[in-house]
Design a protein around this ligand. Structure first.
Ligand code: OAD
Length: 261
C-alpha cells in the first residue's frame, strides 16, 4: 500500500486547534478508520460488507444459533483480513495523541489496528475479533491463526476447553447489549472531553452513535470523513478527508499546541 500524502490542516480548523490547549481529547472511530488499511467498511464504497452480506444471516444471535459454521467462518475470514493488514499513519497518529496528550480512544471497530499502532488503552464498544469466548460459560478461548478462507466458507467453531460448548466470536451482535463497563467509561470520557474527533463512522448504529451527543457544551467537535454522515449537526468542523491523510496533520498540530511553553 502506498503511503498516503498528509493533508494540510484547513485554515478554520488550524485556527480552532491553535487557539486553545486541549487536555481531554477523545477520538471516536468507526470502520472508515481502518479503510485505509484495506479493511472494508460496512456501508461505504463498493466493498461495504453490508452490501455483499446480510447482517441478519451473520451478525445476530439468531444467525449464530441457526448456522454456527457459517457465522464462525465469516468472522474468521475477517480476522484473517485484519491480521494481514497493517496500521496506517492515522492509527499511528491516534496512538501518539494517546501517548503524548492522554487522548481516549473509543472505537466501534473489532480489529486491533489501534493497538498495533501503539495505543495501549482502547475502548472497544463492539468487542473484538481477537477475544473469542465460550458461548455458555464465557471462558476466553485461544485461537490459532485463521486458515485462509473465503468469506462464504463454513468453518466449525472450536469447543470450549472447560465445558465443551461452542466458542463464539467476541463481538457484539445486533440485538445484544454492549459491555456496560466499556460503555460507562466511554460515556465518562466523552462527557468530560474538550475535543472530540469523530473519524470514519456513518453514525447510524445505536447506541454507539449516540454517545457522541454526550460531548459537553463548549467542547470542540471535529469529524474526519470523506463522505456525508448522520453525525449530529453539532459538529464544529467537518473535514472531508481520510483518516490516514488527516489524522497525522491534526495530531501534529495538537501536540504542538499542547507542548509546554
Ligand atoms: P460504516 O461502514 O457504517 O461507515 C463507515 C464510514 O467511514 C462512512 O461514513 C464512510 O464515509 C467513512 N469512511 C470511508 N473511508 C474512510 C476513510 N478512509 N477515512 C475516514 N472515513 C472513511 O461503519 P461504522 O459507522 O463504523 O456494528 O458502522 C457502525 C457499526 O455498524 C459497526 O461497528 C458494525 C456495523 O454493523 C456491528 O457489527 C455491531
Amino acid at each position: 500500500m502506498t503511503r498516503p500524502t498528509p493533508e494540510p490542516l484547513p485554515a478554520p480548523l488550524a485556527g480552532l486547534v491553535s487557539s486553545r490547549r486541549f487536555e481531554r481529547i477523545v477520538l471516536f472511530s468507526g470502520a472508515g478508520m481502518s479503510q485505509d488499511s484495506g479493511i472494508p467498511t460496512f456501508r461505504s464504497g463498493d466493498d461495504g460488507l453490508w452490501s455483499a452480506f446480510d447482517p441478519q444471516q451473520l451478525a445476530t444471535p439468531e444467525a449464530w444459533r441457526r448456522d454456527r459454521a457459517l457465522v464462525w467462518g465469516w468472522y474468521e475470514w475477517r480476522r484473517g483480513l485484519v491480521m494481514a493488514a497493517h496500521p496506517h499513519p492515522g492509527h499511528v497518529a491516534a496512538a501518539r495523541l494517546q501517548r503524548e496528550l492522554g487522548a481516549a480512544i473509543v472505537t466501534q471497530n473489532v480489529d486491533d489496528l489501534h493497538e498495533r499502532a501503539g495505543a495501549t488503552d482502547v475502548l472497544h464498544l463492539h468487542g473484538s475479533l481477537f477475544a473469542p469466548r465460550c458461548e455458555a460459560c464465557g471462558k476466553a478461548a485461544e485461537l490459532p491463526p485463521p486458515p485462509p478462507k473465503t468469506p462464504r466458507e463454513r468453518l466449525d467453531p472450536p469447543r470450549c476447553a472447560r465445558c465443551q460448548a461452542h466458542v463464539r466470536p467476541g463481538v457484539v451482535w445486533f440485538g445484544e447489549s454492549l459491555d456496560p463497563a466499556v460503555v460507562d467509561e466511554a460515556c465518562r470520557r466523552i462527557a468530560a472531553c474538550d475535543l472530540l474527533v469523530i473519524v470514519g463512522t456513518s453514525g447510524t448504529v445505536q447506541p454507539a452513535a449516540g454517545l457522541v451527543g454526550l460531548a459537553p457544551e463548549g467542547a470542540v467537535i471535529v469529524e474526519i470523513n470523506p463522505e456525508r454522515s448522520a453525525t449530529a449537526s453539532t459538529l464544529d468542523f467537518r473535514w472531508r478527508s481520510t483518516a490516514a491523510r488527516a489524522l497525522p496533520t491534526l495530531a501534529d498540530a495538537l501536540v504542538a499546541a499542547g507542548a509546554p511553553g
